[in-house]
Design a protein around this ligand. Structure first.
Ligand code: ADP
Ligand code: GLC
Length: 482
């Protein structure tokens, strides 16, 4: 099949979160299965700086309201003959220091930027003479692609392919002023409750949910959860309407990038049966965070966007009782200023037990996965979550809340039969988190059981090939229904 993969971030080019990890790995996994994959990304400033050898392949003109905005498509060779990588260049929109805006802020014209991106891709399909079977769009930034295919581009024979819309996070919907409807070239007749209107505004994500031929979320649990008001962010009734077309496919792990046996970001490699390197990684991690080295205490780590989704309204109050825990904590992340401040204050209060590095640092994220004993993910909601799966491979035991992809990938360790790969709690309460953390710290004192638990995790396999096969099945189904 010819698959067009439209996405706003992908490793190794530009990343703010797990979406980039998925878009960096899934296209290659599909290419390996014999499909022809065309990946499209915006040409951000950082990509321009990283990729000097880009070749211009097409010039495009995109109508935005009354204006005609010119852009170019530039490409680079990929690692795989079945994968083409293209970037949409429009410097007014994308030659900026951040993808979506400075930390915690949004560029005010994000709506226009991504309306342009979606239409530019569809125009490029024609100029590049592509014959696409499946248009695969992700999150609000590319949600207009399925909308356009069923409206503006509907009668054009070139655009006969079907569409899949993947929901990575319902918490971000790209809600715009309704005045952007004409700019997007969409008639007011589409501005209804059943279609694009959401509390008198223009909801881009909703467009994807309504118009795509099929939908999926990044875990099965999340595909059920979003039908309820607690997780649906106001779109639960739209999703219920589409429940028969809504699937759940768990993300995979790119073990080329996340493998303690040859991770280029750590110097001391390790694997099952040869774990000495992990101890050295722990030492290095503790010193990278300027904590005193106390090898016998468990080290609990977290790498995360600092947003409420990730459970900081449980973590911050819990850490006020740090005295009660024989453990050290390291946090790496950026995000909400309030959470950043909360962590900064706690680190000052407990200088030998808590450290916080405010920043985005891929190398340190890898070292943290390698050096920590326990990885914390007490999320309020979690569509999939990748760090718990990375942790497993690095012998770092995940402690998670039983929600979304965390629930699908982590099973509680059972002392009796020695099965399970982590710690998991149900209720979103400080007490439940505290109780589970205490259980984990107790088990840590029993080296044999801890070793067993760690081995279970290191043996688990979440490689992309299985998930890619499921995407392929879904593409086939969509194509069959056209
Ligand atoms: P989400 O996409 O909701 O942020 P995921 O668990 O799916 O959550 O993916 C997060 C990804 O972003 C992981 O690869 C994680 O290591 C990375 N990440 C998050 N914050 C940082 C940071 N401050 N520095 C480096 N990597 C980070
Ligand atoms: C989103 C979700 C996260 C998921 C990632 C990749 O950012 O918050 O749970 O793993 O997308 O699908």
């Amino acid at each position: 099949m010819n698959i067009l993969f439209a996405v706003s971030e992908a490793t190794p080019f530009a990343k703010t979160g797990g979406l980039a990890d998925v878009a960096g790995a899934l296209p290659t996994a599909l290419a390996e299965r014999g499909h022809q994959v065309h990946l499209f990304l915006p040409l951000y400033q950082e990509i321009k700086a990283q990729e000097p050898g880009l070749i211009e392949t097409a010039s495009i003109t995109v109508p935005l309201g009354e204006e005609q905005v010119v852009g170019t498509i530039v490409s680079r060779p990929s690692q795989h003959p079945n994968l083409s990588i293209s970037f949409v260049r429009q410097d007014n929109y994308f030659d900026r220091p951040f993808l979506y805006g400075p930390t915690g802020e949004e560029y005010p014209d994000n709506g226009i930027r991504f309306i342009f991106f979606c239409r530019a891709i569809l125009e490029a399909v024609s100029v590049l003479n592509l014959d696409i079977d499946i248009y695969h769009a992700h999150d609000w930034q590319t949600a207009l692609i399925p909308v356009y295919l069923k409206t503006l581009y509907k009668d054009l024979s070139r655009y006969r392919g079907g569409s899949l819309f993947t929901i990575h996070n319902l918490g971000y919907q790209g809600i715009q002023d309704k005045e952007l409807m004409p700019l997007a070239g969409l008639d007011w007749k589409y501005f209804t409750f059943e279609r694009l209107e959401f509390f008198d505004r223009f909801n881009l994500l909703k467009g994807g949910l309504v118009y795509a031929d099929a939908l999926n979320t990044v875990s099965q649990a999340y595909s059920r959860e979003i039908l309820q008001a607690e997780f649906g962010f106001g779109l639960e009734s739209v999703l219920k309407e589409r429940r028969n077309d809504l699937h759940g496919i768990l993300n995979g792990v790119d073990y080329q990038e996340w493998n303690p046996a040859d991770d280029p970001f750590i110097n001391n490699h390790f694997r099952l049966g040869r774990m000495a390197g992990k101890k050295i990684c722990k030492k290095k991690l503790v010193s990278a965070f300027s904590l005193p080295h106390e090898s016998r205490r468990p080290l609990i780590g977290m790498v995360s966007r600092l947003v409420t989704q990730k459970g900081f309204d449980l973590i911050l109050p819990l850490l006020k009782k740090t005295d009660a825990f024989e453990a050290q904590f390291v946090f790496l992340g950026t995000g909400d200023p309030e959470i950043e401040e909360g962590l900064t204050i706690l680190a000052k209060q407990y200088p030998s037990q808590i450290a916080f590095i405010r920043g985005y640092d891929n190398r340190l994220a890898h070292l943290l996965e390698a050096g920590a004993d326990i990885f914390l993910m007490p999320s309020h909601y979690e569509p999939c979550g990748l760090n718990q799966m990375y942790s497993l491979r690095y012998g770092t035991v995940p402690l998670v809340r039983a929600v979304g992809g965390l629930d699908d990938s982590i099973t509680s360790f059972n002392l009796e039969n020695g099965r399970g790969n982590g710690f998991k709690f149900d209720d979103y309460t400080i007490d439940a988190l505290e109780k589970t953390l205490k259980e984990a710290l107790q088990l840590y004192q029993k080296p044999r059981l801890w070793q067993k638990l760690r081995q279970n995790g290191m043996r688990s396999d979440f490689s992309w090939s299985q998930s890619a096969a499921k995407y392929e099945e879904l593409y086939v189904k969509i194509k069959g229904q056209l």
